[in-house]
Design a protein around this ligand. Structure first.
Ligand SMILES: C[S@@+](CC[C@H](N)C(=O)[O-])C[C@H]1O[C@@H](n2cnc3c(N)ncnc32)[C@H](O)[C@@H]1O
Length: 498
């Protein structure tokens, strides 16, 4: 392969791999465990030496992860912080990414700036938790004001402690207990605003924005029947620039499982709600229909891509003016951010990422047995392509493998799975290559990168990104990845399309 092609491939690879937000304190300098241990003796017992001689911590040890969070907040943010045993322990670099995404949303000119005399940013953290992480980060990094809500006494008590222990920012943060009225009638989902308006949909992946999903029971799942979320908690006349939410993701503690690779704690009240995240975020959407312009941006974290799709569909249905999505890559976990607004956008946003849509494909492997790791699946992917004559470069740190399949081998794979040559664009290849200047000629190899992400225990997300745009065989990318999906589902999972 020519040097120019290689450089182009490397550039595309870099661009496609979602990374830590550039404003994130840790984007250039990840936490230095040795330095932190030398500065904070309480952290020393948790710092171990890995096989390659680099310092590491045991992510399955709750005390180690909590101590790391404590000293990162203290060292890098000047924040004093603690949570009781078992409460959900946030990782500072990951939570900072969400804050910086909101910073980008507010700074963008997608919707007009607020027409108020208020000269500060005010956010609402739905379910702030005992850790109160988003208000603490937003206030210390950016001087934002917050209301942080929660339902449990322990969360409210510890969130308040975490605020009052930080006098420099305590005036910026109010903790609000969500009152659960014992006679509260169960709310039916609202139908208000069902008429679609002149929507502008803008996603970092067009897939999310353009897929129309029928809103049947299977799509929306169970309704949220729990305590109030926004309506009944936001007071009359209050306005906010945004809401932020890391919702209870799971329908049961069993589903939450225990991720053998990390121990971030998390009590049932923090992790679980009937209907899981889909029901909870659907309630935020319904409340936003009532509250409309009280917030400039409504946002939530989403744990599953399948839910992201149905939530975007729900947003279309209720007539929001804009939807934005993003992806948060957090080590081996991938999460999404969803944001919407009822404010009329300043200009029409064109979402024509047709090329990128075709260049990125993904599927889920669900129902995996506990002992099957992301690494097992990654190695199976490598074996599948090696067996088909491809060249593979495994990157065990990124849980990814770069694959290059030559034209001849590609032909074989596609023939084996009954794909006619015409459909893959291979016919094209035979004429153009002969007569062109080879240095200018689009590649006839198919090169792509496959990454494996842990979603929740038993569920992996497999993402494939085409590495070169100008390949004459890029039409074969999709059938090849579909073939891989079939093979992996047969080998590891129960048959369930994402
Ligand atoms: C996954 S935890 C998130 C905690 C923290 N924001 C974080 O990111 O680590 C979800 C939180 O939502 C709270 N919660 C559940 N239902 C709620 C509701 N209706 N209103 C406010 N908070 C709620 C839970 O008590 C829990 O603290």
């Amino acid at each position: 392969m020519g040097r120019r092609n290689k450089r182009r491939r490397d550039q595309l690879e870099q661009r496609d791999r979602p990374t830590i937000h550039p404003h994130n304190k840790y984007s250039e300098n990840p936490p230095d465990f040795s330095l932190l241990a030398s500065l904070y003796p309480s952290f020393q017992p948790y710092v171990l030496c890995s096989n390659n001689g680099r310092p590491k911590i045991d992510w399955t040890d709750f005390n180690a992860t909590r101590e790391l969070t404590r000293i990162l907040l203290l060292h890098d943010h000047g924040v004093h912080w603690w949570i009781p045993d078992g409460q959900l322990c946030p990782t500072v670099p990951n939570r900072s990414n969400y804050i910086h995404w909101i910073e980008d949303l507010l700074a963008s000119e997608i919707i007009p700036k607020p027409d108020t005399s208020r000269d500060f940013v005010r956010g609402f953290d739905i379910g702030t938790g005992a850790n109160c992480i988003y208000p603490l980060l937003g206030a210390s990094l950016l001087g934002w004001k917050f209301v942080g809500s929660d339902v449990t006494d322990v969360a409210v008590e510890w969130a308040e402690k975490n605020v009052s222990n930080n006098p420099k920012i305590s005036a910026l943060i109010e903790i609000r207990k969500v009152e659960i009225a014992s006679d509260a009638p169960s709310r039916e989902p609202s139908n208000e605003g069902n008429e679609p308006s002149n929507e502008v949909y803008h996603g970092s992946g067009v897939e999310e924005a353009s897929n129309s999903v029928a809103l049947d029971d299977a799509t929306l799942g169970r309704s949220y029947m729990g305590p109030p979320v926004l309506c009944g908690v936001v007071r009359d006349g209050e306005t906010f620039d945004f809401c932020i939410c890391n919702p209870p993701f799971f329908e049961s503690m069993e589903e939450a499982g225990l991720n053998p690779k990390t121990s971030c704690g998390g009590t049932p009240a923090e992790m679980v709600c009937p209907g899981g995240e889909k029901a909870f975020i659907t309630r935020i959407i319904e409340d936003s229909v009532q509250l409309k312009h009280s917030f400039r941006w409504y946002t939530s974290m989403v744990g599953r891509k399948t839910n992201l799709k149905s939530l975007v569909a729900k947003l279309r249905e209720v007539g929001v003016t804009i939807v934005k999505t993003t992806e948060f890559v957090q080590g081996q976990t991938c999460r999404w951010g969803i944001a919407w607004s009822f404010v009329q956008p300043l200009k029409k946003i064109v979402t024509a990422q047709v090329v990128s849509e075709k260049r990125n494909l993904s599927f889920m492997l669900e129902g995996l047995q506990r002992q099957i790791s992301a690494m097992d699946v990654l190695k199976s992917i490598e074996s599948f392509f090696l067996a088909n004559g491809a060249s593979c470069k495994l990157n065990i740190h990124c849980f990814s493998v770069n694959i290059s399949v030559s034209f001849d081998r590609l032909n074989e794979i596609l023939k084996n799975i009954g794909i006619v040559e015409k459909a893959s664009g291979i016919e094209h290849l035979q004429w153009s290559h002969e007569e062109s200047d080879p240095s200018q000629c689009p590649s006839k190899d198919l090169s792509f990168c496959i990454s494996v992400f842990q979603q929740i225990p038993g569920t992996l997300l497999i993402k494939a990104s085409l590495l070169q745009k100008e390949s004459l065989v890029s039409g074969s990318f999709s059938p090849v990845i579909h073939r891989l999906e079939e093979v992996l589902k047969q080998k590891f999972g129960r048959e369930k399309a994402s």
